[in-house]
Design a protein around this ligand. Structure first.
Ligand code: GAP
Length: 545
């Protein structure tokens, strides 16, 4: 591979190693395995100090841009400012909510179990490779997990061994486990982690809801409740409350961030598919005739937003769903798209970061029917004109466009995108976070720990904390050589370091060092705050940044 193609592959994430990224995340305190000292717990992750701040910065950026600015402070397709209000609803709701939403009955994944290895797989993630004479049924099929190179290589080895034992590879092919007649082929399939055929059970539906019990004496049958599998339903059930208690008028959105829980059959790929994760969701309510305009608007703007916080280029795509991928709430012809990112474990393919769906009036209609509440909206701007020339009004169930993003997946995409290897640098691993999202905003170093330099460094650190502490860490570090301190900050993704040296004592200047280029620039100490404000995109005239 030439240097140019290696660089191109790195920028498309094809040569980035998840093992390296996960090791850095643990070493620098971004992400830890949950319950690690007890051996961990599958599908759960904790965020360390840098990870918690990174996640908060991403959540805050979403909150400010989507909610407070109203889709970035632009006009919507109706030529008016976009109106969005937040809610913060409970994780546990009346279980009838989840019956109405369709989750109790229909939120299932197909799974298969292996009787021999005792492992469980998502049936739609298992593929088989097979061989056989053209036009005949395959004699053996070797199952592997899609996107898992180790699993695929193991299946290939098993197939090659089998072929050596006397069978000819006529027609080597691949197929989705769900796409053929199970009863005819089950005995011929060799599971991903075993050598003998016929150990996989037929695919069956597995409900992803996490049940829990309410009350001290509660038992699971009488007092069963569920942890929410999406934040969206907390919005739908409060639609009427929000309309009645605020001055919002259609079209408008209700937004919420928070935890969601799904008992995923096979959690995997670091935090990508977890059992506990956080969502950032908007339900945007509009007149049924306006859904197409708002759907197109949200698709375009959500792509721009992810680009604005550092996920640009070929690694980000918008993909319209095929008809067979539609979710239970999406009706034929209603659009659903995914914003997808090319993670190292999906490369050269992509994985979902955010879904943008036309949910029609499915959810409000379901809650109206199940609860008996009147959830129609009375729109005074529509309807026939009365004698006085004013519209008589129209009562209807709004339709909904839903941009639904995963916060943990966003953090993971940012970690993968930022991870950069440069062997020519003292620390070859650099996290090139966008300054707005970086958990450490700046670091201040005294060149040596004497001669008044530590005092000056402390003064500048405190000034910067006063002004920017609400946005992230302002670090101070006096230990080891200056090169090692820069290297530590590169690995933690700190975009700017400021060093106080002998000259600083006489002329009140400092050296600013840029993480991405390594370039250094001399600047007046009293200009550091404004410089940082400019780079972080915050108002330099405000004392709060
Ligand atoms: N309210 C719609 C909804 O929940 P979804 O596609 O199931 O739609 C939205 O989830 C987003 O939540 C996804 O695009 C993804 O980023 C994130 N997400 C879903 N399941 C996840 C999981 N098991 N682990 C981490 N993130 C997940």
């Amino acid at each position: 591979m030439t240097a140019t193609t290696a660089a191109a592959d790195a920028s498309t994430n094809q040569t980035k190693s998840m093992d390296d990224i996960m090791a850095l995340c643990k070493r620098r305190g971004f992400i830890f395995q949950a319950s690690e000292i007890y051996g961990g717990i599958n599908g759960f992750w904790d965020y360390g100090p840098l990870g918690a701040q990174l996640k908060k910065n991403l959540r805050d950026a979403w909150w400010q841009d989507c909610v407070m600015k109203g889709a970035g402070g632009q006009l919507g397709p109706n030529g008016k400012p976009v109106s969005i209000v937040p809610v913060d609803s409970c994780i546990i709701q009346n279980p009838k909510v989840w019956e109405a939403s369709g989750h109790v009955g229909g939120f299932n994944d197909p799974m298969v179990d292996c009787r021999e290895s005792k492992r469980r797989y998502r049936a739609d993630h298992v593929r088989v490779m097979f061989s056989g004479a053209s036009g005949t049924d395959p004699q053996r099929m070797f199952a592997f997990i899609e996107g898992d190179d180790d699993s695929r290589n193991q299946a290939l080895k098993k197939m090659q061994k089998y072929l050596k034992d006397g069978y000819e590879p006529h027609n080597v092919g691949y197929s989705d486990l769900m796409s053929f007649d199970w009863s005819a082929f089950a005995e011929r399939i060799v599971g991903p982690d075993v050598a003998t055929p016929g150990t996989l059970t037929p695919p069956r539906a597995f409900n992803l809801m996490f049940p829990t019990v309410i009350g001290a004496t509660g038992d699971i049958e009488d007092d069963k409740a569920y942890l929410r599998p999406e934040t969206a339903q907390g919005i739908f059930i409060n639609f009427k409350n929000v309309v009645d208690s605020t001055r919002v008028a259609l079209p408008f959105g209700i937004a919420q961030t928070g935890k969601a829980f799904r008992n995923e059959v096979t959690p995997r790929n670091f935090t990508f598919r977890s059992r506990e994760f956080e969502q950032m969701e908007i339900e945007f309510f509009c007149h049924p005739s306006e859904t197409k305009d708002w759907y197109d608007f949200w698709k375009k703007w959500r792509m721009q937003w992810w680009e604005s916080i550092g996920l640009g280029g070929d690694n980000l795509i918008l993909r319209e769903h095929d008809a067979d991928e539609l979710a239970h709430y999406a009706k034929e012809g209603a659009g659903t798209s995914d914003i997808e990112y090319r993670f190292p474990f999906t490369a050269p393919g992509y994985g979902e970061l955010e879904g943008i769906a036309d949910r029609t009036d499915f959810d409000l209609k379901q809650h109206k029917e199940h609860s008996g509440a009147k959830l129609e909206y009375f729109d005074t701007t529509r309807g026939e004109l009365a004698k006085n020339g004013q519209p008589k009004g129209e009562r209807y169930l709004p339709h909904v466009i839903e941009p639904s993003a995963g916060l943990d997946r966003g953090v993971l995409a940012i970690l993968c995108e930022s991870y950069t290897k440069d062997d020519s640098r003292p620390s070859p691993e650099i996290m090139k976070f966008h300054p707005r999202i970086a958990p450490i905003k700046a670091a201040v170093f005294p060149l040596v720990n004497k001669d008044g330099m530590p005092e000056m460094a402390t003064k500048l650190t405190l000034e910067l904390r006063q002004r920017f502490g609400h946005l992230g860490f302002i670090e101070s570090d006096a230990k080891q050589s200056i090169g090692k301190r820069y290297a530590r900050m590169d690995e933690a993704g700190c975009p700017f370091c400021f060093t106080i040296d002998g000259e600083s004592l006489t002329d009140q200047t400092v050296t600013m060092r840029d993480r991405d280029t390594g370039a250094q620039e001399r600047m007046a100490m009293d200009k550091v705050g404004d410089f940082l404000a400019g780079k972080l995109g915050v108002d330099s005239s405000s004392s709060l940044g």
